[in-house]
Design a binder for this molecule. Structure first.
Ligand code: LMR
Length: 407
């Protein structure tokens, strides 16, 4: 009987996958009993006391939406949220004025990327390459491979800087019609973005090769404190060049709404007659995956963006977060210089956004975790948000010791 059961078991074929590199690290950190432990892993904001921060603007929106019910949303999400989120990024553009935005509420940035990919597969299921930067956010490859794309890695980073020539060369050798994922700002994990002039050169290749750009826009506001400045590349592609594009937006980071899973996928079409078709494609893939999206986060974002006093508070909140990150970035760099830690650390202050890509070896990263209980990704990406005046000195000292002692 037992052996028949075993033979019939489908589940016995289930592989044991390794933990997720980002959430698995948080689990390891939580299990660590050391009083000195510090988590610099996942990209979540922490205040100067190391605590999660409910943005004052979010607090105001919570009061405004209290008691407003729990009915289903339409499949494509809350209309006022979709309109205001699209307006936030594309205000003043011909695409918005001309009804060329096909949008759908998503489960944050991951959900937006998934819906974008699934919609493009639905529109054209023929085999298609999807181009990522190397390195990139750990989840990109998995999302797009799961949708059946042939994922290609394009070199992006060399000598602790963005490697424009290699990236452009690889882009130029890619298959025409490929989909290319572009990090709108604050490249994850390197923190190295193209300059505006470099974006123009990237866009010229995208246009010449008829590539389809999808902007992963998870960190708008975190780079400069200003959403408009951080979404410049998106507007350059769709407004100045008039290209079709996908835009995947997350409000996890810039509104601190991580657990609410609130985001937007928007396609900019060439012609307004296509917009409704694309919305129906998005609705079709949404219905088959999450049915209808969650309500609470959509109401909060819609309220923040649609109420001028709360929106002004949010603009201040973004500056609070981005300037704290900038300050710890500068302090960490300064301390490593003062400690005369071997190496050139100028990349730390050249990078932008929530992360610093320190450039430590995997052995140094493992040593820092095992000896000093400081948790960073294996690539030595740290979330600067985990640093504060209470722990920065300890982290700098430990990095210094590891660099001196370990290869
Ligand atoms: C990160 O890169 O740490 C964040 O985007 C969190 C996540 O979902 O991986």
């Amino acid at each position: 009987m037992g052996s028949i059961q075993t033979e019939l078991s489908l589940l016995q074929k289930a592989p044991l996958f390794p933990p997720d590199p980002i959430f698995g690290l948080t689990k390891q950190y939580l299990a660590d009993g050391s009083p000195n432990k510090i988590l610099l892993g996942g990209g979540t904001y922490r205040d100067e006391k190391g605590q999660p921060w409910v943005l004052p603007s979010v607090g105001l929106a919570e009061e405004a939406v209290r008691g407003s019910g729990h009915e289903h949303l339409p499949i494509a999400g809350l209309q006022s949220f979709r309109d205001r989120a699209a307006e936030l990024i594309l205000h003043g553009t011909q695409a918005l004025k001309g009804g060329r935005i096909a949008s759908c509420q998503s489960l944050s940035g991951t959900g937006a990327l998934f819906l974008a990919g699934a919609a493009l597969r639905e529109i054209d299921p023929s085999p298609r390459d999807l181009l990522l930067t190397s390195p990139t956010w750990a989840n990109h490859k998995r999302i797009f491979e799961s949708l059946g794309f042939v994922v290609k890695d394009l070199p992006y980073y060399k000598n602790q800087r963005f490697d424009l020539d290699s990236y452009l060369g690889a882009l130029d050798s890619s298959r025409p019609g490929s989909i290319v994922i572009l990090h709108a700002c604050a490249h994850n994990p390197t923190g190295c973005d193209p300059t505006r002039e470099q974006w123009k050169r990237i866009a010229a290749v995208v246009e010449a090769k008829s590539l389809f750009p999808i902007f992963d826009s998870a960190y708008l506001g975190f780079k400069s404190g200003d959403v408009d400045a951080d979404s410049w590349a998106i507007r350059y592609f769709v407004e100045d060049l008039g290209l079709e594009a996908g835009i995947c937006v997350s409000f996890s980071k810039n509104m601190g709404l991580y657990g609410e899973r609130i985001g937007l996928v928007a396609f900019v079409t060439r012609d307004s007659s296509l917009t409704q078709n694309v919305v129906t494609v998005l609705e079709r893939v949404q219905r088959a995956t999450v049915s209808t999206p969650p309500l609470y986060g959509a109401k909060l974002v819609s309220t923040i963006l649609g109420t001028s006093e709360i929106k002004s508070q949010w603009e201040k909140d973004i500056i609070t977060m981005s300037s704290r990150i900038l300050a710890v970035r500068q302090k960490l760099h300064q301390r490593l210089l003062e400690l005369q830690t071997p190496g050139d650390w100028s990349h730390i202050i050249a990078q932008e956004g929530m992360f610093s890509y320190l450039g430590l070896s995997p052995t140094q990263v493992a040593h820092i975790r095992d000896e000093y209980h400081i948790y960073m990704l294996g690539s030595s990406r740290i979330a600067l948000t985990g640093l504060n005046d209470g722990n920065l000195e300890y982290v700098a000292q430990c990095v210094d010791k590891a660099v001196r002692q370990i290869e």
